[in-house]
Design a protein around this ligand. Structure first.
Ligand SMILES: [Zn+2]
Ligand SMILES: [Zn+2]
Length: 285
């Protein structure tokens, strides 16, 4: 048994297709975490469309039981949902968890984007079985995976998730602005000892100075936070739509140099569409 993490959308704010983003990809936030029959989706950005196609291909017949954890309801985290093919199948059961918190309920936010002004098929006509639940307990389980949620520093109500599977710990905080130097005691505790930390690293330091207070972080603070928390692998996430592949390459290089300077063991990569990380599952000798 192993836990697989697959990246289907890595971009923040708005999809950004084009020649400059081919390698890392232009779809917005969506990650699949799978362990055996437990299939958890993190955020429903436009990357969700391809995940849906892939799931239908894999599960040709028979039930499809999925859980979707939403960090928040900004467009780049929900817009893939109407294009997620499994919701048009009666054999699909989808449990959606998250908090909306700004003005509407989570139900209103998700069904609202399928009203006739925006989309041809109303949510009420979907044949699948969809349950939408506001997070009440910040700790719960999905199959064999224990999940906890934590408030992020981002406009509206936004959370990050910590997934504890028998193979390791994955933390997903797609949109947050860490304190300068990563000095955020509660967030450090939340991501402590994670095998994989997928973290908002939208800006470099100079860009961050111009966007302080917008709710997104810079690479330097992400690295600092990950080092303070004893994380094993940091995955830079929520790439800026204006950043091309070479800019993201430079972010990775810069992050690795920071780790080296501080004599850390932290591994750093940038999230890329199609990238898979495997936890556990070492073959028996
Ligand atoms: Zn976002
Ligand atoms: Zn956001």
């Amino acid at each position: 048994m192993a836990t697989h993490i697959k990246f289907w959308g890595v971009r923040g704010s708005i999809p950004s297709p084009g020649a400059g983003t081919v390698r890392y990809g232009g779809n917005t936030a969506c990650i699949e975490v799978r362990r055996g029959h437990d299939l958890i989706i993190l955020d429903a950005g436009t990357g969700l469309r391809q995940l849906g196609r892939s799931l239908l291909k894999e599960f040709k017949r028979g039930p499809l039981n999925l859980s979707l954890l939403l960090s928040h309801t900004h467009w780049d985290h929900i817009q893939g949902l109407p294009f997620f093919a499994p919701i048009y199948e009666s054999r699909c059961r989808l449990r959606i968890l998250g908090c909306e918190g700004a003005r509407k309920s989570l139900v209103a936010a998700l069904t609202g984007q399928m009203e006739s002004t925006y989309f041809p098929v109303p949510f009420s006509r979907l044949p699948s079985n969809i349950e939408i639940e506001e997070l009440e307990d910040f700790t719960f389980s999905i199959g064999h995976v224990l999940v906890s949620a934590h408030r992020a520093n981002h406009p509206g109500v936004t959370v990050g998730y910590r997934l504890f599977s028998p193979d390791g710990i994955v933390c997903f905080i797609p949109d947050t602005e860490p304190r300068p130097g990563g000095a955020d005691r509660e967030m450090i505790d939340f991501v402590r000892d994670a095998d994989v930390l997928i973290l908002d690293s939208q800006y470099d330091r100079a860009e961050y100075k111009k966007h302080t207070g917008w709710g997104h972080g810079c690479v330097d603070d992400s690295v600092a936070l990950a080092l303070k928390a004893g994380v094993k692998k940091l995955v830079l996430f929520h790439h800026d739509p204006d950043h091309d592949d070479r800019t993201i390459d430079a972010f990775v290089k810069h992050a690795r140099a920071l780790v080296k300077k501080r004599k850390g063991q932290l591994k750093v990569e940038a999230a890329r569409e199609g990238m898979v990380i495997e936890l556990g599952g070492k073959p028996a000798r």
